[in-house]
Design a binder for this molecule. Structure first.
Ligand SMILES: Cc1cc2nc3c(=O)[nH]c(=O)nc-3n(C[C@H](O)[C@H](O)[C@H](O)COP(=O)(O)OP(=O)(O)OC[C@H]3O[C@@H](n4cnc5c(N)ncnc54)[C@H](O)[C@@H]3O)c2cc1C
Length: 436
């Protein structure tokens, strides 16, 4: 039974980077708030765990690059140590192909992605098309198409026949990095950055406090959790859209908004970090990067912190993750090990540690890097969610004007939503003030 009622200006639901960034922006604006987080930690899809060697590793988001200005600035400001991802050496495509052909295939797949992004998302010629429909119509080589499919399913973690072409184009155009997104990781982990932001919030962040219901009206909101109720002037729901759609709103949200939240689906990803005694692939002139053309959605790269902490990160994304997770942890490990041995040689089986984190159907964040729209007709969904139903507002990395589905996107989305909300609340206060 709910035991206590508190009051504040804004309740923020969720302490991922969107919620944390929104909270710190409200703090700067002098607006009172409370952040309510379901898990026992802040960070959301940014998460650290200890591997079997006792090392703290990123089991969620890990990588960042120079072209992500807000995240880079934040990491610098908080004194984090940047670890450059090793890219020296050849990358491997599997099944094997000569290096020259592999490079040609990679460039051909990238050219397809650029060609796709030159299409205007609202071009009537692509209305109703999925990414798979578009791919089928392309005249590129089979190699190039297979590499394109592997890249897109690996990055967006959903089957291409589910994703509207206009949505992928609109989304991908906002991912503007020119240097590789895997450029750096943080020695202290990305999660340490979330911990720093959470520390700044002190008691204004409540952990283990999942929101169950949001009542809303002209006067404000009543937000119920398993521990109590908070009344506020407004609520900012800082959850991925498919997770936000599961909240209980009273009265129900306007039909268009409820529909807009309902058209998103979370993909599937299993993230694996394998530790080795030495970066054996470098001895063979390889970068550690592997792309499997015959297994779309499978990708590996070097994630060594230094030569003494040699590691590969392996991502299993999209339909492949849905399939392999059914095998169970032991069989999935055997499958991934076999694929690494095929691609990098027998040393790949000589592991010090194998850590797997299955994000599929994650209760609090959905199953992958970001949710995607899966309804080809839902071209207004993002705009509708961003407009919200005041005093109920929404923000998430998925809805960011830059880098949707990334930590950078979450920071931009959270700060932007908080600034807008702060302006609205201040102007409402000014309008309510008695005239002299
Ligand atoms: C395996 C993996 C690898 C990734 N790798 C990278 C990477 O290398 N680089 C990168 O930039 N991005 C990466 N991402 C994406 C990045 O993590 C996300 O885009 C970003 O963290 C999303 O932040 P968010 O705050 O919008 O959402 P979330 O992080 O999902 O935050 C939502 C929060 O709301 C909480 N919550 C949910 N329901 C409730 C409720 N009812 N009440 C209260 N709280 C609730 C959740 O617990 C969570 O803390 C990765 C993601 C995954 C899963």
């Amino acid at each position: 039974m709910n035991s206590k009622t508190e009051r504040t200006d804004v309740v923020i639901v969720g302490a991922g980077f969107t919620g944390l960034s929104a909270a710190l922006e409200l703090k700067r604006a002098g607006i009172d708030f409370l952040v309510l987080e379901a898990r026992d930690r802040a960070g959301g899809r940014v998460e650290a765990t200890r591997n079997g060697l006792g090392e703290r590793i990123d089991s969620g988001a890990q990588f960042l690059c120079e072209d992500m200005p807000e995240l880079m600035a934040l990491a610098r400001e908080r004194g984090k140590t940047f670890v450059k991802t090793n890219v020296d050496g050849d990358f491997v495509t599997h099944p094997p192909m000569p290096v020259e052909r592999a490079v040609r295939t990679y460039h051909a797949a990238m050219a397809m992605r650029e060609r796709m992004n030159r299409i205007e998302p609202d071009d009537p010629a692509i209305a109703g098309l999925s990414v798979a429909d578009w791919l089928e119509r392309q005249r590129d080589s089979r190699d190039a198409k297979a590499a394109f499919r592997s890249m897109i399913e690996g990055l967006w973690c959903l089957a291409l026949d589910k994703v509207p072409l206009w949505h992928l184009i609109d989304n991908d155009r906002r991912i503007t990095n020119e240097v590789p997104e895997l450029q750096y990781s943080l020695r202290e982990t990305m999660q340490s950055l979330a911990d720093d932001l959470a520390d700044d919030l002190g008691e204004q962040l409540r952990l283990n406090d999942p929101v169950t219901r949001i009542e809303h009206g002209h006067e404000g909101v009543r937000v119920s959790t398993i521990n109590g109720t908070v009344e506020a002037r407004a609520v900012l729901v800082a959850l991925p859209p498919a997770t936000a759609a599961k909240l209980d709103f009273e009265p129900a949200l306007p039909a268009a908004l409820a529909k807009a939240l309902g058209v998103w689906e979370s993909g599937a990803v299993v993230k694996i970090l394998v530790r080795y005694a030495r970066p054996f692939w470098r001895e063979q002139g390889l970068s550690g990067m592997v792309m499997w053309r015959d297994l779309p959605g499978l990708f590996a790269c070097d994630a060594s912190k230094d030569a003494e902490h040699a590691a590969l990160t392996v991502f299993v994304g999209g339909p492949r993750a849905l399939h392999w997770r059914e095998l169970g942890e032991t069989a999935l490990r055997a499958e991934v090990t076999a694929r690494l041995v095929d691609a990098l040689g027998p040393d790949a089986a000589d592991m010090l540690d194998f850590n797997q984190r299955d994000w599929t159907h994650d209760r609090w964040s959905g199953g992958a890097y970001g949710d995607l729209i899966v309804d080809v007709t839902a071209t207004d969904a993002e705009r509708t969610i961003l407009a919200g139903a005041p005093p109920v507002h929404f923000a998430a990395s998925e809805l960011s004007p830059s880098f949707p589905g990334y930590v950078e996107g979450a920071i931009v989305a959270g700060r932007g939503a908080a600034r807008k909300l702060a302006t609205e609340l201040k102007s409402a206060t000014a309008n309510r003030a008695p005239r002299p």
